[in-house]
Design a protein around this ligand. Structure first.
Ligand code: SAH
Length: 363
């Protein structure tokens, strides 16, 4: 093996490019064109871990493919199930980085919460991923690959919905998130409807514009978390670069309805005046508001707002004509919020109070 230069990974290529690459390679070897389609069908739709598992191909062709290309896989390091059915997966990447994926069942839906970066540079005050710092961007094969891996389990797990709410800031890694969106959505790859795929961002303006320019109807969620620049700066340092007024303007220009995410921090952003200010922002861009109970693990120095405070906050928003939902906390007993699994794995103890196990808040 003289593999100093890594072989091209077929899972990093969008469907057109992968098919083109495979067709050219087959043609150069004098193989019939349908061999390219056969291999391509084993990347995403009936996925295999290695070329050698494509048993419909002659052995010599499998070996030649393996000498020319890679099909990268993510190594499943840990799998944990919450008593509420939420499952959390920790993957080890080829360079030893860890990322996490969470599968959240809800009625007929199964939502995968996927990661776009190992770590995160943004340092939001309540977020476990922010506390670990930025490690690196994920490749398209590592982003869409999280879904591929879970589809290769026995039995396979297949999502109806995808949210980019795992580790990282997706719009700080648009170079890979753009192709990953194609892989998730294209019927020749993972085939998940664009309306069932949500990108969550702190409000990275160039990324919001890039997403808005895509023809598919991907959904956008913006982490607002505070209704004034003064408060938001203390929770989300990125607000200095992209202040609220600009983020709201970008949301108003976005051609699809935007969701605001608002994590309820006890005594910090959950007072009646915050609801009044937030309602103004939401109305300015016709946003839908999701109130999120704080996941206690890993959020240093913050406490969740009590359920009645959340309910009153929701009522105040609705009274001002803002559509509002209160999300349930899922997977609290397995520390399933952003970054918490990796943090546990790397040795920092997360305080998860026994009485929180399986707790579900509903407004
Ligand atoms: N960087 C993107 C996506 C990843 S985080 C973003 O910030 O939107 C997904 C969501 O989880 C964000 O709204 C984030 O603020 C929220 N979050 C982070 N830590 C949390 C915690 N401990 N409890 C509840 N929500 C949390």
């Amino acid at each position: 093996m003289s593999a100093s230069i890594p072989l091209p990974d077929l899972l990093d290529l969008e469907p057109d490019a992968a098919l083109e690459t495979l067709r050219a390679w087959m043609a150069a070897r004098g193989e019939p064109a349908y061999r390219a389609t056969q291999v391509f069908g084993r990347l995403w739709q009936r996925p295999v871990r290695a070329f050698d598992d494509i048993t419909e191909l002659p052995k010599a062709l499998r070996e030649a493919l393996a000498a020319a290309f890679r099909i990268s896989s993510l190594e499943l390091a840990t799998r944990q199930q919450s008593i509420d059915g939420t499952e959390k997966f920790l993957f080890r990447l080829h360079d030893g980085q860890f990322i996490e994926t969470v599968a959240i069942p809800d009625g007929d839906r199964l939502t995968f919460c996927i990661s776009s970066q190992a770590g995160c540079a943004l340092q939001c005050a309540f977020c476990a991923t922010g506390a670990m710092g930025f490690q690196r961007n994920l490749a398209p094969s590592e982003i869409a690959g999280q879904v591929r891996e879970l589809r290769m389990l026995t039995p396979p797990i297949s999502p109806t919905n995808i949210v980019f709410m795992g580790m990282g800031e997706p719009l700080m890694n648009w170079k890979a998130v753009g192709p990953a969106l194609t892989l998730l959505n294209d019927p020749r790859a993972l085939g998940i409807g664009a309306r069932h795929i949500t990108i969550s961002t702190v409000g990275i303006l160039p990324g919001i514009h890039a997403l808005g320019a895509r023809p598919e109807q991907f959904r956008l969620a913006i982490s607002i978390h505070a209704p004034s620049d003064a408060l938001r700066r203390t929770l989300m340092p990125v607000n200095t670069k992209y202040p609220l007024a600009d983020v709201i303007a970008a949301a108003a220009e976005f051609d699809r309805r935007v969701t605001f995410e608002y994590v309820m921090l006890g005594g910090v952003n959950d007072q009646p005046e915050h609801a009044a200010q937030l309602a103004q922002l939401a109305r300015a861009c016709r946003a839908f508001v999701n109130l999120i109970p704080l996941h206690p693990g890993g959020s240093m120095g913050f406490s969740p707002s009590p359920a009645p405070v959340i309910a009153a906050f929701a009522k105040a928003l609705r009274a001002r004509g803002v559509e509002t939902a209160v999300r349930r906390s899922r997977g609290i007993d397995i520390a399933a919020a952003c970054g918490q699994l990796r943090t546990e794995r790397l040795g920092r103890r997360l305080p998860v109070a026994a009485e929180n196990h399986g707790e579900v808040h509903v407004a």
